[in-house]
Design a protein around this ligand. Structure first.
Ligand code: NAI
Length: 253
């Protein structure tokens, strides 16, 4: 019960890394608020699986500041406080820089950076009042390394790591910790959609590129979020943990 007596809010948690994190946090004793953009049967199934006493589904498009505030207020009303925010919601916008439209740029920077900030801004007053809190931002290996034609996602994820450091330092003396996780390729619906566009040979090549010859699993990211959210990580602040099976350290084979 590594999160006993903790209350966590996880954005974009109907599927993928967010859903795995919600399940693991609840299994470790947390009360969990599961954010979905709109009503989602998968979130309801997750709530039924975890148990209605420990789960609150909060509908909010995180682009909507008022809805974000309401989501935070609802979580505190239901569970009495908020200890952990996992900024997990994110989208892939991958393009050739010269083909990118302003709309794509704005969509990417909204969900992957600005809206994560909205969520931080909404939880900070209550965490500061409690003198404790852990924010975990789900960044990406793209926040460290560049793949051509995957623009501007890496720019936004570099920004999210910057946001992590800035807020981590800003509020360290008040008992808050802000860290990020940078997953490599993880087998979630987002990654499955992309893998489905590849030929069998290209899919195999993607796996062969990874030093451990396999794609990561959502639970493997969730376990790192669990550690960062828990008091075990109480001296870890304003930093980023890469979870990519070592891929980003490889020069070449
Ligand atoms: P996913 O697409 O399965 O889940 C993302 C969730 O965010 C979805 O449920 C989506 O509905 C939600 N979302 C998007 N915009 C939203 C909005 N405006 N308001 C509320 N919810 C919104 O993605 P996955 O793969 O689980 O990714 C989770 C996070 O991990 C993302 O931030 C992603 O960038 C990051 N990541 C994923 C990797 C992967 O290989 N799957 C690798 C590196 C980072």
């Amino acid at each position: 019960m590594r999160l006993a007596n903790k209350v966590a809010l996880i954005t974009g948690a109907a599927q993928g890394i967010g859903a795995a994190t919600a399940k693991l946090f609840a299994a470790q004793g947390a009360k969990v608020a599961i954010n979905v953009r709109r009503r989602d049967a998968r979130a309801e199934a997750l709530r039924d699986e975890i148990g209605v006493d420990n789960v609150l589904i909060v509908e909010a498009d995180i682009a909507d500041r008022a809805a974000v505030q309401q989501m935070v207020d609802q979580t505190i009303d239901r569970f009495g406080k908020l200890d952990v925010l996992v900024n997990n919601a994110g989208i892939n916008v991958f393009n050739d820089p010269l083909l990118l439209t302003d709309d794509e740029w704005e969509r990417c920077f909204a969900v992957d950076l600005k809206d994560a900030w909205h969520c931080c801004q909404a939880v900070l007053p209550s965490m500061l009042a409690n003198g404790a809190g852990s924010i975990v931002n789900i960044a990406s290996v793209h926040g460290h390394k560049i793949i051509p034609n995957a623009f501007p996602y890496p720019v936004a994820k570099h920004g999210l790591i910057g946001l992590t450091r800035a807020l981590g330092i800003q509020y360290a003396a008040q008992g808050l910790r802000v860290n990020s996780i940078s997953p490599g390729l993880i087998l979630t619906p987002l990654a499955e959609d992309w893998l489905a566009t590849l030929t069998a040979e290209e899919k195999q090549r993607q796996m062969d590129l990874l030093p451990c010859k396999r794609i990561g699993e959502p639970e493997e990211v969730a376990y790192t979020a669990l550690f960062l959210a828990s008091d075990e990580a109480r001296f870890i602040n304003a930093t980023d943990i890469l979870i990519d099976g070592g891929r980003s350290q490889l020069y070449h084979e």
